[in-house]
Design a protein around this ligand. Sequence first.
Ligand SMILES: *Cc1c(COP(=O)(O)O)cnc(C)c1O
Length: 419
Amino acid sequence: MGIEKYREDPRFRGIEALSAKAWLSSPTMHGEEQFYVDEAIRTNWVSTIGANINAVERAFVEKIGRPYAVALGCGTAALHLATRLCGIELYGEPATGHGSLEGRKVFCSDMTFDATVNPVAYEGGEAVFIDTERDTWNMDPRALEKAFELYPDVKLVVMAHLYGTPGKIDDLRAVCAKHGAMIVEDAAESLGATYKGVQTGCFGTESVISFNGNKIITGSAGGMLLTDTEEKAARVRKWSTQSRDPAPWYQHTEMGYNYRMSNIVAGVVRGQIPHLEEHIAQKKAIYERYREGLRGLPVTMNPYDAENSEPNYWLSCLLLDEDAMCFQERGDLRAEYRTEPGKSCPTEILEALAAFNAEGRPIWKPMHMQPIYRGHGFVSLGEDMGADIFQRGLCLPSDNKMTKEQQDTVIEIIRRCFD
Ligand SMILES: *Cc1c(COP(=O)(O)O)cnc(C)c1O
């Protein structure tokens, strides 16, 4: 849709495009990153061994409160090895060239990034998607319980904490414990968020965080696997460096991967760690300014369980009230909508924001609606919550460098969409 259309629309009269773009969530460097990267280069430790990697692993053991942390090339790699660890523990060592989950079903969060669930397929497993609940936009424990009734043999659950908001962890863990299932916890988006005072990353049999460029802190890339035993940490380290046996030549008895974090990336992560709490405070202020600024509109913010959890507020999101939705239809590749006085839709708001130089994003399209996972099982309690939140929700510009003035403009644009 042409940007001019919005700039010429009388509803937006008087609004100037932002001179600096308001990003969804972009990297924020502070200076210490440069120091640690320079030190790595100056001392020639630029590969997958070095002081930055060691320091980052130690820092996360301390921060998260999990006994072992393994630094990897990205969150997706960490999710893959976490999933493989669980698969092998549950079903035994796979034959060479086979995944650890061949022919096994795995219950997975439905409304999430596909990186959460793809590793199940890397390991030869079959994802069955569990619908989302309304209170935190995460896996619904009641739908999970129903899934175990339908598929009693399942022994692995992959769950994410969406947009930095912890899910209903006690309930989900109780269902998993009842059915003897392991958990891969995808805390890629929720670093620093807590549930009943405990950091996310502590709740899975194996847990994962990400340092991708748009996360709450970044290494430009990078990920971390969190686990409880020395054996598992050592196994992941070995897998991540091509599974070399301790022989004087290149010898391999198991499948290997090139997944280890570089000491340069670790330098960036190391420099970011002291700024995690500051980033969370900035993101929280953004969330609260939206909540105040959008008051009176037929919208709500992404919800969280204020009694039990403290999110990291990574992304601020909106949900339009049902009766405030104009016609909006999304095909596989394009969206159509027809605006109406007093109503709007995510497509219109996202396009209007883009026209004025602000970046939003649709809610993660649920996995059961993805062409790649067509035909996979999907367990809901009747109503399809994921499809509904996808239809009516969107992610707002949530960059921690966004000024109050920029955010006021974003809020004004959203208001005008409902004129
Ligand atoms: C970012 C993200 C990942 C993947 O992390 P990378 O470091 O980009 O590989 C996985 N799951 C979720 C929910 C994410 O948001």
